[in-house]
Design a protein around this ligand. Structure first.
Ligand code: GLP
Length: 249
């Protein structure tokens, strides 16, 4: 895992988008099309905004997969990640995507929804995964202890209190009880199967999770630590998120 530290969130967003865009152009040039994973959450705000403005990307040759979504939350809810992806990314692209495979969090059978998405992603090796790291060290909605063994591409997961408090703290829900307890999430192994990973983690709130991810052991108790084992993973930080790294002292 390579770490890039930028002075602030805006610079982090610009740098991660530039890097991801270059990987995308290369994939399209090599194979005529590309497949990506798109995450949500506040860590992706600047990256997705800048990525949509990157020039010379044939978005009509790009298939995108949605990383994770709450179970039971309608698309009309302000915290819906499908709504987020439409408003903050898809509608801003200069060309329509080939396809966007959204996670339908209010599908009547979440397990069946996992199987549906799983069979779609098995056909589409991912070129670039855009992801974040949660305050509790999660990747996607794989809270600690994460399942590092499962080969299922998508899982139903139970959200822990730290994850639900983060969502409340960021203002997505009026009360703690309103934050859903279940989600559909891409599995750690499926994320790791991507050719390249562009991981962004801004803010002081993430400093401890970032230190554990980069400098701690690879353990399900710090789900993002699994990124250490990926050859083409770049972690983009701002100064605040990097502030607890030994190498930064
Ligand atoms: C979130 C999102 C993920 C994201 C991760 C970290 O809660 N569901 O898509 O990758 O967890 O991001 P953030 O801390 O910005 O929420």
């Amino acid at each position: 895992m390579k770490t890039v530290i930028k002075p602030d969130r805006a610079a982090l967003g610009a740098a991660s988008a530039r890097h991801g865009a270059e990987l995308l152009r290369q994939a399209i040039k090599a194979r005529g099309q590309a497949n990506i994973i798109v995450a949500t959450g506040s860590s992706q705000f600047e990256t997705l905004e800048a990525l949509a403005r990157e020039p010379d990307i044939r978005w009509d040759r790009v298939t995108a997969f949605h990383l994770d979504e709450y179970v039971g939350l309608p698309i009309t809810h302000p915290a819906s990640f499908r709504l987020y992806l439409w408003q903050r990314f898809v509608k801003n692209l200069p060309l329509p995507l080939a396809t966007f495979h959204y996670v339908n969090g209010d599908a009547p059978d979440p397990q069946a929804e996992c199987r549906r998405l799983g069979s779609l992603i098995k056909e589409k090796p991912i070129d670039v995964a855009f992801i974040g790291i949660g305050e509790n060290g999660h990747v996607a909605f794989n809270d600690p202890p994460a399942d590092f063994e499962t080969r299922e591409p998508y899982l139903t997961v139970t959200l822990d209190d730290a994850c639900r408090r983060q969502q409340l703290g960021e203002g997505w829900f009026p009360t703690f009880n309103d934050v859903p307890r279940q989600a559909i999430s891409m599995s750690p192994r499926q994320i790791l199967a991507s050719r390249s990973i562009v991981c962004t983690a801004p803010d002081q709130r993430k400093a401890e999770a970032v230190r554990n991810t980069v400098e701690g052991p690879v353990t399900p108790n710090v789900p993002a630590s699994i990124l250490q084992s990926h050859e083409q993973c770049t972690l983009f930080l701002d100064q605040a998120a990097a502030s607890m790294l030994r190498s930064h002292a």
